[in-house]
Ligand binder design. Structure first.
Ligand SMILES: *Cc1c(COP(=O)(O)O)cnc(C)c1O
Length: 223
């Protein structure tokens, strides 16, 4: 039997410092279903995964009222595996993937909530729309081009740096876009902030944070 007391302690601490109006998405990628179950038992219902296969495996094993968020880059040929159950796809980063989500949602006779992932980091490794692209996509959404998709908000990742001013500056870019788009039609979710930068994200206006290692511990990618 693995000992989950450390994870439970971490979760308690994080949950205590996240303001009530901010949603906590517990990022369980690479960690076993048993660890998710422990946190679930403490009241956490929203979990994030970044890989389709791992998400599907855990969804099969775990309670059905968990709201699963996909937070990693999604390939078009894999949308069909998560379309029946996924709560929110946070990582929509191309028009092609948005179209496929709309198609698979139609097949499943449901609407799928998504966030547009916007590139705000200086690093060029991160996925996401440019600001202008996100504006265009949102406009065609408002013109009802994706009837089985609900664009619920925006997601972004700041540069991995010690420079807090830079991180705050990048989050501000996303908050400004969030406010601008919300004038056309109110958006609900501004998802930014991870273990290292969530306090800055919340100060910058995030109302959803994605926290993994500060709850579940360091990830071991070798297993
Ligand atoms: C892994 C991941 C997180 C969580 O990162 P931590 O630093 O472990 O909190 C958040 N967002 C995305 C998109 C991720 O891939």
């Amino acid at each position: 039997m693995q000992d989950f007391s450390g994870i439970k302690e971490n979760y308690k601490k994080i949950a205590a410092v996240i303001p009530e109006n901010v949603q906590l998405v517990a990022v369980s990628k690479t960690h076993p279903a048993e660890a998710v179950q422990e946190i679930y038992n403490m009241g956490q219902k929203v979990f994030g995964e970044n890989k389709v296969q791992e998400l599907v495996e855990k969804q099969t094993l775990l309670p059905k009222d968990i709201q699963w968020h996909l937070i990693g880059h999604l390939q078009t040929n894999k949308v069909k595996y998560i379309a029946p159950f996924v709560d929110t796809i946070q990582s929509v980063d191309s028009e092609k993937i948005l179209k496929e989500i709309d198609k698979q949602a139609t097949k499943n006779d449901r609407k799928i909530k998504v966030l547009l992932q916007v590139k705000i980091a200086a690093e060029d490794t991160k996925f996401g729309f440019a600001i202008e692209e996100a504006e265009q996509i949102f406009q065609s959404y408002l013109e009802n081009k994706y009837p089985h998709v609900e664009i619920n908000g925006l997601m972004g990742m700041a540069t991995f740096t010690e420079n807090k001013n830079q991180i705050a500056q990048e989050f501000k870019v996303l908050k400004d876009l969030f406010d601008k788009l919300s004038l056309k039609q109110p958006l609900a979710v501004l998802s930014m902030g991870m273990s290292d930068d969530y306090p800055i994200a919340i100060k910058s206006g995030a109302n959803s944070v994605r926290i993994g290692s500060s709850i579940f511990g360091r990830r071991n990618y070798d297993v």
